[in-house]
Design a binder for this molecule. Structure first.
Ligand code: RO9
Length: 284
């Protein structure tokens, strides 16, 4: 389907991402509400990693369909700008909610992690690694559901990274922070997202990332999986974090086991106790 700017009424700016601005928009003929992400070509240095990242973001995200992955309906460009037509998530950025609440109660964190595990299972079945799972890249839908956004760093597995990383190291697994050729071919696969899921679980429950420190120390602590889990974290949640933050990618808890983990079941199997309650109440 061909899109162009005239098809849209541009609403209020929602905010600025790393490379562009995001506006609320309405498609004129249908009245459909979406979010329009505008990237200036001038800002995407030619031949740099960024241009390739945008191309990959469009190619990957356009073909994904999952309730916890932000949909990309299409894209178009004019002489100066690239426009991405994205699903509108009504409650905005997850990290703002996390900062405001400081940390999430265990039932909310468990439901969020269950949704992320479901989205990652979908991505991994399509051999897509996200590589950048962190609160800043997750939006919240109008019904409180999570939506993974920003596929700028996602790639097809397995992968050998060439573009240098910038921004926070907090979420990167050991196999991605280890220097080149240190006894490994620094290639990696989907299991990097399992590590990031562990970091996300920790950050939801504690309010800060497990290896947060100076750049040098973060590097070292990640490489040693050196973290402490505060005593207020429940034993079940602690168990899941420790089974995801494992140095050896092959030993990380796979996503189907994450979804069956006691901590997830305890908080997510909808209304199991409620239905029991119904039954006992009815049965009294
Ligand atoms: C830096 O702040 C930014 C940046 C980009 C978007 C928002 C934002 N986004 C959305 N929803 C979105 C965004 C996209 C691509 N789809 N749905 C909703 C919001 C609500 C309140 C404040 C802010 C919001 C903020």
């Amino acid at each position: 389907r061909q899109f162009h700017l005239g098809m849209f009424e541009i609403g209020r700016p929602l905010g600025k991402g790393k490379f562009g601005r995001v506006y609320l928009a309405r498609e004129r003929s249908s009245g459909f509400i979406c979010a329009l992400k505008v990237l200036y070509k001038a800002e995407l240095q030619h031949g740099s990693g960024v241009e390739k990242q945008v191309r990959r973001e469009v190619e990957i995200q356009s073909n994904l369909r999952h309730p916890n992955i932000l949909k990309m309906y299409g894209h178009f460009h004019d002489s100066k700008r690239i426009f991405l037509i994205l699903e509108f998530a009504g409650r905005g950025e997850l990290y703002k909610h996390l900062r405001k609440e400081n940390r999430f109660p265990e039932w909310k964190a468990a439901q969020y992690i269950a949704q992320m595990a479901s989205a990652l299972r979908y991505l991994h079945r399509k051999h897509v690694i996200h590589r950048d799972i962190k609160p800043e890249n997750i939006l919240v839908g109008i019904h409180g559901e999570l939506k993974i956004s920003d596929f700028g760093w996602s790639v097809h597995a397995p992968n050998h990274r060439r573009t240098t990383l910038c921004g926070t190291l907090d979420y990167l697994p050991p196999e991605m922070v280890r220097p080149h050729g240190s006894g490994n071919d620094n290639s990696y696969d989907e299991k990097v997202d399992l590590w990031s899921l562990g970091v996300l679980t920790y950050e939801f429950l504690v309010g800060e990332a497990p290896f947060e420190d100076t750049m040098v120390m973060t590097h070292r602590r990640i490489a040693r999986a050196d973290m402490t889990i505060p005593s207020f974290v429940s034993p079940e949640a602690r168990d899941l974090i420790k089974k995801l933050l494992v140095l050896d990618p092959a030993k990380r808890l796979p996503l189907d086991a994450v979804q069956q983990h006691p901590w997830i079941i305890k908080h997510c199997v909808k209304g199991e106790r409620a239905t029991n309650r119904e039954k006992t109440k009815g049965g009294e």
